[in-house]
Design a protein around this ligand. Structure first.
Ligand code: CTP
Length: 401
């Protein structure tokens, strides 16, 4: 990869991990330039960062040599991505409000490139209303985020959300934004979350899907460089870095948004699509003073997985469905492949306590075999599936029509 990353190191104890991040970014072939805030230099030295990037580190907005040599405008423009790690509460506040009184913040204000922030701070600073306001504002402004994670803090005995994401996670999120990796140039669709089906303007039928597994798969595909559209029912999750999220409500909207994402190399249908919808959604709120209970008759929703799997020129090269099973997992999943016409099924064994949890136990079923994966975190399932997809799409093309 010949991509240029500008790494802005903020002042926090996590700054030492940014030295490792430099190394990991360079391993991908990226050219890395570094800007450090004044506070960052209290934690790691420009000499250490400079030795790792192999060139001087930029620190001062008002230093004549630095400013006339490269200058904040060139720093802001001569890159493909800006990564802010650690993104302190202070740097986030400045960026959210357009302040530019030092080199790091001036670069963030002057850039028109994608920006990825890896926040790191004490959990109370993270939870503070001001920080949350700035976080929401920055997301609305189009910046991407990785972390913060939950865990031990530098302060003894403190735990909570505020730990900077690990260097590998930041690197992967950066690659997703740079659109680079084995799935570069491949178009992927992921459906995720529940659908909601209107009964009247204020009531609906839905289910308890959190969307976590689907969002993790969208993130993992983007990390491998795919161009990912995530068609999502209502969830509480933020779009992963580099992923185009299309919000929908009903199954019919999800189908339309999925078809709009064609042509595709791979489609992964993870959404918990409502099987039925009220046959007629009332235009006005149903009143309870009407005689008797309202009768809600149901109509069947379109099957998005089956629709996208239909043979034809537009069919994605690889179509993957999910299935929740409690018994005879492989047999039922094979029947589902045949019924829906998809290529692979990721079968969840939900006989245990997988539903709604952070872990998943799956069986990957392909036309020519089945593989039981050990129980692992949903993120790990997502990465392993993304790697399988990359391998399948890079092997010789197979024709179906
Ligand atoms: N699916 C879909 N559109 C629907 C229903 C399901 O795209 N209207 C997709 C889901 O995203 C998932 C797979 O189909 O990939 C699940 O199939 P489904 O028939 O709903 O199976 P289960 O939920 O496992 O239930 P059952 O065993 O009762 O068929």
């Amino acid at each position: 990869m010949s991509k240029r990353v500008l790494l802005v190191i903020g002042g926090g104890i996590a700054a030492y991990k940014s030295l490792d991040l430099i190394r990991r970014l360079k391993e991908t072939g990226a050219a890395v330039r570094v800007v450090m805030t004044e506070a960052a230099q209290r934690f790691v030295t420009p000499l250490a960062a400079g030795a790792l990037v192999g060139e001087r580190v930029f620190t001062d907005l008002f230093d004549q040599t630095q400013e006339f040599d490269v200058g904040h405008i060139r720093l802001a423009r001569e890159c493909d991505l800006i990564v802010v790690a650690p993104a302190t509460a202070d740097l986030m506040a400045k960026a959210a409000n357009g302040l530019a009184n030092d080199l790091a913040s001036a670069v963030l204000l002057a850039t028109d490139k994608p920006v990825l922030m890896a926040p790191a701070m004490n959990p109370r600073m993270w939870a503070n209303a001001a920080t949350q306001r700035n976080f929401a504002r920055l997301q609305a402004d189009g910046l991407s985020f990785v972390g913060p994670n939950e865990g031990e803090m530098a302060e003894r005995g403190e735990r909570g959300v505020g730990r900077m994401a690990e260097p590998e996670e930041i690197r992967d999120a950066a690659l997703a934004l740079l659109n680079d990796g084995p799935l570069k140039g491949k178009r992927a669709l992921v459906t995720a979350g529940p659908t909601i089906e209107a009964i009247d303007p204020v009531r609906f039928l839905s289910n308890r899907s959190s969307g976590r597994q689907g969002y993790a798969i969208a993130a993992a595909l983007a990390e491998l460089g795919a161009d990912v559209t995530l068609v999502s029912g209502p969830t509480n999750l933020a779009a992963p870095p580099g992923v185009k999220r299309v919000g929908v409500e009903s199954a019919r909207e999800m189908l339309a948004a999925s078809e709009a994402a064609l042509p595709l190399d791979v489609a992964v249908m993870v959404a918990a699509v409502a099987d039925w919808r009220p046959a007629q959604a009332a235009d006005e709120k149903l009143k309870k003073d009407k005689a008797g209970l309202p009768a809600i008759s149901l109509a069947e929703n379109p099957d998005i997985l089956a629709t996208l799997s239909k043979p034809g020129k537009k069919r994605p090269k690889l179509v993957i469905g999910f299935a929740a099973e409690t018994e005879n997992v492989e047999e039922h999943a094979r029947a589902k492949i045949a019924r829906k016409g998809c290529d692979w099924i990721v079968a969840n064994d939900v006989s245990g306590d997988v539903m709604g949890g952070a872990e998943n136990q799956v069986l990957l079923i392909k036309t020519d075999g089945a593989e039981a994966w050990p129980r692992m975190a949903k993120d790990a399932v997502a990465r392993k599936l993304a790697a399988e997809i990359a391998a399948a799409l890079s092997s010789k093309p197979r024709r179906r029509s």
